[in-house]
Design a protein around this ligand. Sequence first.
Ligand code: TXA
Ligand code: MG
Length: 359
Amino acid sequence: MTPVPVRRPPLPILATIDWPEGVVTPEPKTAAALAAAAERLATGQLVAIPTETVYGLAANAMDPDAVAQIFQAKGRPATNPLIVHVSDTDMARSLSSQWPDIAERAARAFWPGPLTLVVPKAQSVPDIVTANGHTVALRCPGLTVSRRLIELAKCPIAAPSANRSEAVSPTTAHHVLEGLGHRVGMILDGGPCEHGLESTVLDCTVDPPTILRPGPISAQQLAEALGVQILSSKEDRVEQGRERGEALRSPGSQPRHYAPRTRLTLARDATMLIPKLLEAGHRVGWLSRSPHTAAVVALAASPNLIVTPMPQDPAAYARSLYATLHALDQRGLDRLVVDAVPADDDWAAIHDRLERAAT
Ligand code: TXA
Ligand code: MG
């Protein structure tokens, strides 16, 4: 008997692109992949694209039907607005009804790069992009291919991280494939992301400017470059909101976000917690910042424990965090334990993501 063919959804096209900084014309293979991706974007389809922070799920920001597909593919609530990616500051200005001086100065200092600016939105920006809000989040990505794609598609690109809503953001093309699979028709593979954490989101519509999501550009870097006070800590934001009598306004900053499927605990002293988990019969993955101490080496002999050494340097830690969580999440472990990270400004974005992952 011939087996009944099972109709399964097609797999996405996975196209490798390589455009090293400083190179003027890319190799023909990269040029062809970018042209195909731009054609898809211009005709209302989704493409997953690399950026210097995390991979994004891109659509033409000016096409409400295309943007609706992003929300559908991610399972993202319609109340959570998207970041619009632009190829330069002129395009950013054209999408805002008023371009604040602070946005101009921030763009000069940090664009192209991992900084998103929230400004008053132009009428031309579809409401679905901004979740019916009066502001729009804009970012000019640091990766050459991301900007080139926007130029080729001739439209600004709405792109949230290319993962299902609430899951860990992708830092490689294979993470996108695992998480979204057939929900996207094409994935551009530009290799692992340089920063590995989502951009800093700065609200330029309030005074003082306020960080809604910490990221690769720190509060201190912003304050130094802009010469103004920047509100950054969660306490600052809550306090300021209370003074203005408002609710916190970054919908994506709900506590639970960026979480692996495996239950994750942040531990001040994991050498106390892990023996208890092992005794209770759990299989445990441990992201350790001091893997060579005697206590850790002794525990690592347990057959039910995987110790993953994490970098001491915050930039390197950020680069590998999501990839480590993706990898350990595949192992069918019962628990993940992560050594707490320092409380200073350099670690703020990592601290923020770990806290959410642990909620
Ligand atoms: O690095 C990044 O920012 C990546 C890459 C792909 O560019 N994108 C990204 O997008 O992380 P997403 O959608 O995962 O996160 C966007 C964040 C959310 O927290 C959202 O609530 C916030 O930005 N956001 C977007 N528009 C906003 C607005 N008008 N006002 C306040 N927050 C906004
Ligand atoms: Mg996201």
